[in-house]
Design a protein around this ligand. Structure first.
Ligand code: SF4
Ligand code: SF4
Length: 198
């Protein structure tokens, strides 16, 4: 087991680097009360996952430990933590940015690559999936029974707007960058490497 200090990645204003979109401006008001942990289904199954600890590490500049942890990919954005936080700290938005930062450093690519195809298809066609011929016929039948058009129509205008949104928000660039670089291996446990009792 690696001592915790090994992972120290102190950086000035790390919190602001993580919160690159200024979505979680009140992180410093965290009371460390642990209510978020108590209401998190992932933490209840896996005590090594701990939103309060992640916040503390973001604030103190301990980046590496969560960036290369597999556990950050277990949060399923239920917002249970947010609903009980006395100070309205939006942990799910922080987690979104943590993942973004991890992916930018080539950690966790395996979790995001499967979505690349869907996202690019959405950009091109306005639809995220293309069923097989059999599936397509089934959908057409259901839609006929519902009295709507056989296949969802996407106007050229809507498609163009959709594409523009992808481009303006930087999503297209982000997706295109996500590619051939070698994935860096993630550690299984977030708290792996902690000195016991710390
Ligand atoms: S519930 Fe809110 S204030 Fe309490 S530890 Fe979690 S983030 Fe901090
Ligand atoms: S959003 Fe993530 S961290 Fe918050 S309660 Fe749900 S699983 Fe836990």
């Amino acid at each position: 087991m690696m001592p915790r200090e090994k992972y120290k990645d102190k950086a000035e204003n790390l919190y602001k680097q993580v919160d690159a979109y200024n979505l979680v401006e009140n992180l410093e008001t965290c009371l460390a009360c642990g209510k978020c942990v108590g209401n998190c289904p992932v933490a209840s199954l896996n005590p090594s996952y701990n939103p309060r600890q992640i916040i503390s590490d973001v604030m103190s500049g301990e980046a590496r430990r969560w960036l290369d942890s597999e556990e950050i990919w277990r949060c399923f954005w239920c917002a249970g933590c947010y609903t009980v936080c006395p100070n309205d700290i939006h942990f799910p938005l922080l987690m979104m940015q943590i993942r973004y930062m991890a992916v930018e450093n080539n950690w966790g690519l395996k979790y995001i690559m499967p979505f690349k195809r869907f996202a690019l298809r959405a950009r091109e066609d306005g639809l995220t999936f293309a069923p097989s011929e059999k599936g397509r016929e089934k959908i057409k039948r259901y839609r006929r029974n519902l009295g709507v058009s056989e296949w969802p129509e996407i106007s050229a205008k809507a498609q163009a707007e959709y594409k523009e949104l992808f481009d303006l928000t930087g999503t297209t660039e982000f997706l295109e960058k996500l590619s051939d670089e070698a994935e860096r291996p993630v550690r299984f446990k977030y708290l792996e490497g902690r000195i016991v009792g710390e």
